[in-house]
Design a protein around this ligand. Structure first.
Ligand code: SF4
Ligand code: SF4
Length: 345
C-alpha cells in the first residue's frame, strides 16, 4: 500500500501542482542562521527582519506540528501582456494569494481537503505562509535558493508560487535537486540591482529594495528622492535581479495560457491610467489584485505612478501632474507640485 507521502505526492501531481516535499520542523534550522547572517549584513537589519523570526519554528505557532509539506505552482506558464510586465513584477501579476479564481488557489484547496480526508490535521495560511517557504522547499530538495535570494526550480525558474502546510503527521519526502548552483564568478543579479539593495549574494536590504519600497507603505521610502528615481519603470514590484539570471532565461511567460482576470485588468496597468483613475476605481479594480497596498493607502498608487511617469519621460506627464495638484490627498498634491518644479513646468 502506498505511504501517505506518496499518496499526497500523486494527488499534487494529478492536480497540476509542482513536486511535493515533506520535511520535519527541525529541518528549518538553517533558515535561522541565514536570517541572522542577513540581519548583520544589512543596515538596520535586526529591525527590518525581525518579523521573519517567527517563521523559523512552526512548533511555536502549531505545537502539534510534526511535518511541513511544501510545493509550488508554476507561474511561468502564463501569458503576460508586455506593458504589464514592464511595470509590474511578474509574480504579482500571477499571484494566487487572496485570489479565489487563481488555478493554484483551487489546487491548494483540493490538496488540503485530500490530506484532511486521509486523517491528517493540517494548517495553511495565505500569507506569509506557515514557515520560510523558500528554505523549506530547498530543504525538501525541490530546488535551490540562488544568490538573488529567489527559490529556483528547474521546471519554472524562479517564477514560482510556493505554498506549504503544517501537519500533525510524522512524514518525510525529500528529493535530490539537480539544479546547478550559481557559478562562483557570477554576479549578474547584483549588477542588475538598481539600488544596491542586493549588495552581495543572499543579501537584500528591504529598505532600499524597489519591490518592497513600491508595495509596502513605508514612510521613509516614500520621500526618498534617490530611490524614487532608481525605481525606473517599476510601478509595483521589480524583477531586475530575477530577469538578469541566466538560469531564468529558459523559463517563459510566453505561452498562450491566460491568468484569470489579467487580460480584463490589462488596460488599467499603465502609469498614465493609474494616475488618472478615480480612487474608487483603483480600490475596486487594482487593489484586490495587488494587496500589499491597502484601501487606506490608495494614494500610494498615485505616488508610484508619478515616479514612473517622470522616470520614463512620459509625454503626458505635465498634464497629469497638473491635474494631481487637486488630488484629495495632500501627499499626492505635494509630490505633484515638487515634480512640476523639477520639470520646470
Ligand atoms: S527586486 Fe529589484 S531592487 Fe530588489 S533586490 Fe532585486 S533588483 Fe534589487
Ligand atoms: S545571476 Fe548569477 S549569481 Fe545571480 S542568481 Fe543567477 S546565477 Fe546566481
Amino acid at each position: 500500500m502506498a505511504s501517505l507521502e506518496l499518496k499526497i505526492e500523486a494527488k499534487a501531481k494529478q492536480l497540476g501542482l509542482g513536486p511535493i516535499g515533506i520535511i520535519k520542523p527541525q529541518a528549518m534550522e538553517g533558515y535561522i542562521h541565514r536570517l541572522f547572517e542577513r540581519m548583520l549584513r544589512v543596515p538596520n537589519g535586526e529591525k527590518l527582519h525581525r518579523g521573519f523570526l517567527e517563521l523559523f519554528d512552526v512548533r511555536q505557532a502549531y505545537p502539534w506540528a510534526k511535518s511541513i509539506v511544501v510545493t509550488y505552482a508554476d507561474n511561468s506558464i502564463y501569458y503576460l501582456p508586455n506593458v504589464a510586465r514592464k511595470h509590474f513584477g511578474k509574480f504579482f501579476l500571477t499571484d494566487n494569494r487572496y485570489n479565489i479564481n487563481a488555478p493554484a488557489r483551487k489546487m491548494i484547496a483540493s490538496l488540503t481537503a485530500f490530506m484532511e480526508g486521509l486523517g491528517i490535521r493540517t494548517s495553511w495560511n495565505e500569507h506569509p505562509g506557515v514557515t520560510g517557504l523558500r528554505w523549506a522547499a530547498q530543504e525538501a530538495g525541490l530546488g535551490i535558493i540562488r544568490r538573488n535570494n529567489f527559490f529556483f526550480s528547474r521546471r519554472a525558474g524562479s517564477y514560482v508560487s510556493l505554498t506549504g502546510w503544517v501537519t500533525d503527521t510524522d512524514m518525510e519526502l525529500r528529493s535530490t535537486h539537480k539544479e546547478e548552483p550559481c557559478p562562483e564568478d557570477c554576479s549578474l543579479c547584483i549588477e542588475a540591482c538598481p539600488t544596491g539593495s542586493l549588495s552581495a549574494p543572499f543579501t537584500m536590504n528591504m529598505a532600499t529594495c524597489i519591490s518592497c519600497a513600491n508595495s509596502y507603505t513605508d514612510s521613509t521610502a516614500i520621500d526618498d528622492h534617490k530611490l524614487n528615481v532608481l525605481t525606473g519603470s517599476w510601478l509595483y514590484g521589480c524583477d531586475n535581479c530575477q530577469d538578469a539570471c541566466p538560469f531564468n532565461q529558459i523559463t517563459g511567460y510566453s505561452t498562450e495560457i491566460d491568468f484569470p482576470g489579467l487580460m480584463e485588468l490589462d488596460h488599467y496597468l499603465y502609469p498614465e491610467i493609474i494616475a488618472d483613475l478615480d480612487y474608487e476605481d483603483i480600490n475596486d479594480f487594482i487593489r484586490p489584485k495587488f494587496f500589499y497596498i491597502k484601501s487606506e493607502s490608495l494614494w500610494r498608487w498615485r505616488l508610484n505612478a508619478i515616479n514612473v511617469l517622470i522616470n520614463t519621460g512620459s509625454s503626458d506627464c505635465t498634464r497629469i501632474l497638473k491635474k494631481l495638484l487637486k488630488d484629495p490627498f495632500e501627499i499626492v498634491r505635494r509630490r505633484a507640485q515638487n515634480a512640476l518644479e523639477l520639470l520646470g513646468s
